[in-house]
Design a protein around this ligand. Sequence first.
Ligand code: LFR
Length: 478
Amino acid sequence: MKRPPLLHCAAVDLGATSGRVMIGTWGQKKLTLREIHRFPNGVRQIGERAYWDIAGLWENVRHGLVLAAQSLPAGEHLSSVGVDTWGVDTVLVDANGRPVYPTHAYRDSRTQEGLQALESDPAVLAKIYRATGIPAVFYNSSLQLAETVKTHPGIAALASRCLFLPDYFNFLLSGKMANGQAIAGTAQLLDVKRGSWSRRTLNHFGIPARWFTPPVRSGTRLGAVRALPDLKKTKVIAVPGHDTTCAYDAIPAAADGSDILLSSGTWSIVGMEHDRPLLDRFAAQARVANDQTGRGDYRPLINVIGLWLMEETLKDFKSRPTTASGWTQLIRAAEALPAPVALLEVKDPAFANPPSMRQAIDAQLKRRRLKPPSELVGYVRLICDSLGQGHADVIDVLSTLSGRTFKRIIMVGGGSRNALLCQATADAAGLPVVSCELEGSAVGNIANQLIALKAVKHLAEFRSHLAAQLKTKTYRPR
Ligand code: LFR
């Protein structure tokens, strides 16, 4: 019997500190992943304000996709491409798709005033949470867009559409403007139960409803790639545009809901799969964000500050490792240290975007009359143990809120390669951590393309094939 041809899909996966273009090749029920292009990303500061370099990202996306197409054997082509990015950030464009406002980065402090106003009105806060399932967080698109409209009222007429970052890159590739449901769900502007735009919430924030079109479900085909001649046979597929949704999709979680999912990167995103959102006042207090998959179900999750703490602290040390082996040595040395006498309060808002993370950590410790570490290795130990405890705390909360007893923590993302962080999480939570060697977001992105292309039936089928080929390591609580 003739073997079915291999299917090649490209994933564009943009993170706050790096982006990548990967090829996933599907054949014989197996996924082979190849990284084609990886590039740094970061906030660009101009004066007080923080922006993303959208043109630079697009250049890298284009370059990566052309390399991807050229890397295939003669006669083969990329069947499709999907884009996922971090949540919440947007590009405001005119009717032709031309940006009319710079894209601010979500860590910009411009939303502080709006956030305080929102937090000072518990009745409004509760109403917005019930409508959108998203807690008040400084980075929400709702607060960002409200600030934009307030400081520049002319924008309401100037912009015709608000595209989230994956929507914008999909548009650049395909020429088609659409709002993807999963990424729109991060905005605090979608009706969490209906999956459509919440008029009341848009009105509350003063954001023009005409900027948005009815969100499209994951798997929607947006047309062929028009921007790159090398990819003219390639279809642009709206995958869940939110990187966290894609990362969760890649996790071969137990079907009975007994796994807690942890995507460990710049943010630690601790969550679970559910057929409905968690919306009561306890969920609101615990700041549960009800992510929408764009397929009709939900991922109630809680954001813990994540490896941002580490990434930023490293910048303060010239002695930071620059190679993988240097990094492993540093983690080993940190493991060998005695446990810190006290852990960081990881929810400290001072950690959101400080000029120096080391100083922010020291300031918190001094305020609590604790001695800061003297060397990088001490900070590494302190950060990993504190994050482990932070993970355990929110797992407890999610268990109480959902009434579920979790049996395992499945961890993906950069942090899953950090043995100290995995062990600290297992110890603090009293649960085994199964770390998966997996480029979570890219794999989930590709999984959704394969489903749209009908190469696999559904996510459960994809996950069962993936589980068979996945390398995992289990850390038992001590
Ligand atoms: C992770 C992530 C989180 C989101 C944060 C800000 O990359 O997408 O899920 O809360 O970025 O958008």
